[in-house]
Design a protein around this ligand. Structure first.
Ligand SMILES: [Zn+2]
Length: 177
């Protein structure tokens, strides 16, 4: 396995639309494993392919450190071509993003989702979830559409982050990240 280079706020790839995965081969499996290693090393709960400079529709989720015991899906898992087809409820949760280090923002999103996706072998899956898992999936699916968590902020709140964001886009990534 290999660690992949993370792309940070200001990199144009984070604003691009991804394309769906059609080839479910060993290269895809290797890429997904590299993404898991990269996410784990950087202590993230989710990672989307554009964050490692790849425009395939693929996200990795690992909420095992965040979820309470009764939740399922505690292993890192891979969602290929995810599509959120149902949304309900509403809640505010603080989010972070590996591409926007040291920035945490409260974001309001639907509380429960239903997502259809394919696993790493191409098998079709259908998942209903809520809580942190639903939250992380929504954040990562946004990455596949070129959307970032700060897009949800009011202009006033975004202004408060301006100097931090400018530093990140100039490549001044905080130490230890
Ligand atoms: Zn993110």
């Amino acid at each position: 396995m290999a660690l992949l280079d993370l792309k940070y706020y200001g990199d144009p790839i984070l604003r691009k639309e991804t394309h769906s995965v059609k080839e479910f081969d060993s290269e895809l499996e290797r890429f997904a494993q590299d993404m898991i290693e990269t996410m784990t090393t950087n202590i993230g709960v989710g990672l989307a392919a554009p964050q490692v400079d790849d425009l395939r529709s693929l996200i990795i989720i690992d909420v095992s450190s965040e979820e309470d015991e009764e939740e399922e899906n505690l292993e890192p898992f891979i969602l290929v071509n995810p599509d959120i087809i149902e949304l309900s409820g509403n809640c505010v949760i603080e989010e972070g993003c590996l591409s926007i280090p040291e920035v945490r923002v409260e974001v309001e999103r639907p509380e429960e989702i239903r997502v259809i996706y394919q696993d790493i072998k191409g098998n079709k899956k259908d998942l209903k979830c809520d809580g942190i898992l639903a939250r992380v999936i929504q954040h990562e699916v946004d990455h596949l559409r070129g959307r970032l968590m700060i897009d949800y902020l009011s202009s006033v709140k975004r202004d408060l982050l301006k100097s931090k964001l400018q530093k990140i886009s100039r490549g001044e990534i905080p130490a230890g990240v």
